[in-house]
Unconditional design. Structure first.
Length: 285
């Protein structure tokens, strides 16, 4: 079988090299324009820094049986953080008007990454035009969420402390009754005093156990506020525009448009040459 004949429209690297050598001015002009546009973009665009925060959802360890210990389930917290009213409220608490460009960048850049197997935790990322402002936005968002969760947890904490006071009062009452019965047994005045004292001792142990369990659940290990798991992290360098990435894209686009300009110029030159030959042949005929 004979080899496939070469198509007239095929362009080989050697042909492209010859074309670029011929139209090098157009190639360099397009390449230079793209590089200038890239440099102008890099020097005129405001840099953006990104703050990363890891949020621990608060909980009340003494919540009623069958009720979620967390102030809010993970999915509900994610939905709340994405609500425009919540974001506007967080911005206003930091003294930022909701209709400013800074607020627009905050809403646009706010990203959430749930980490359900780590607490659970939520990774929050937000951008601003300075490292300090980015940090303030992240901390302010967490502070606003913390205030809401404290309100939700207040009722549960109130009930838990009421229950603790009730146990403590009962314990004091039963202990006083046990001490009275103990005196009666020591003086031999009441034959039933010993049996009643044994019953009171059992009640005291039960109340002390309940008090100990409730105190343990109210300890910071099981009851805590919504807060930052670690300090907010802001890298030293801005995340946008990225000089290396932007410069690399500028070079690639410059090469592409340079080749396009050279090919277009060469095609126009060839059309003019063909047209001139046709006119010459027509004139000779």
């Amino acid at each position: 079988m004979s080899p496939t004949p070469m198509q007239p429209d095929e362009i080989y690297l050697i042909d492209m090299w010859r074309l670029l050598r011929l139209e090098w001015r157009w190639f360099l002009a397009a390449f230079g324009l793209v590089l200038l546009a890239t440099l102008a973009f890099m020097f005129t665009t405001k840099p953006q820094w990104q703050a990363n925060a890891w949020i621990q959802i608060g909980q009340v360890g003494a919540a009623p049986s069958g009720q979620d210990l967390k102030a809010e389930p993970l999915q509900r917290v994610l939905e709340r953080l994405q609500l425009i009213p919540f974001q506007n409220q967080a911005l206003q608490s930091m003294g930022i008007a909701p209709n400013t460009p800074e607020a627009g960048l905050y809403r646009k850049s706010l990203k959430l990454e749930p980490l359900p197997y780590a607490g659970p935790l939520i990774k929050l990322s937000v951008r601003a035009h300075s490292p300090q402002r980015a940090r303030e936005l992240a901390e302010g968002t967490v502070a606003e969420l913390q205030a809401i969760h404290r309100g939700l947890e207040a009722a549960q904490l109130k009930l838990a402390h009421q229950r603790l006071d009730e146990i403590q009062n009962n314990l004091q009452s039963v202990t006083a009754e046990r001490d009275r019965l103990q005196q009666a047994v020591a003086q031999g005045k009441d034959n039933l005093a010993f049996a009643l004292m044994t019953s009171k001792n059992d009640q005291i142990r039960s109340l002390e156990q309940a008090r100990s369990d409730l105190l343990a659940r109210l300890d910071t290990t099981y009851t805590y506020d919504t807060s930052l798991m670690w300090p907010v992290y802001v890298p030293e360098h801005p995340v946008f525009p990225n000089p290396v990435l932007t410069g690399g894209m500028g070079v690639v686009l410059g090469l592409f448009f340079g080749v396009v300009a050279a090919v277009a110029r060469n095609a126009r030159r060839r059309r003019k040459t063909v047209s001139a030959k046709v006119r010459h042949l027509a004139a000779g005929a």
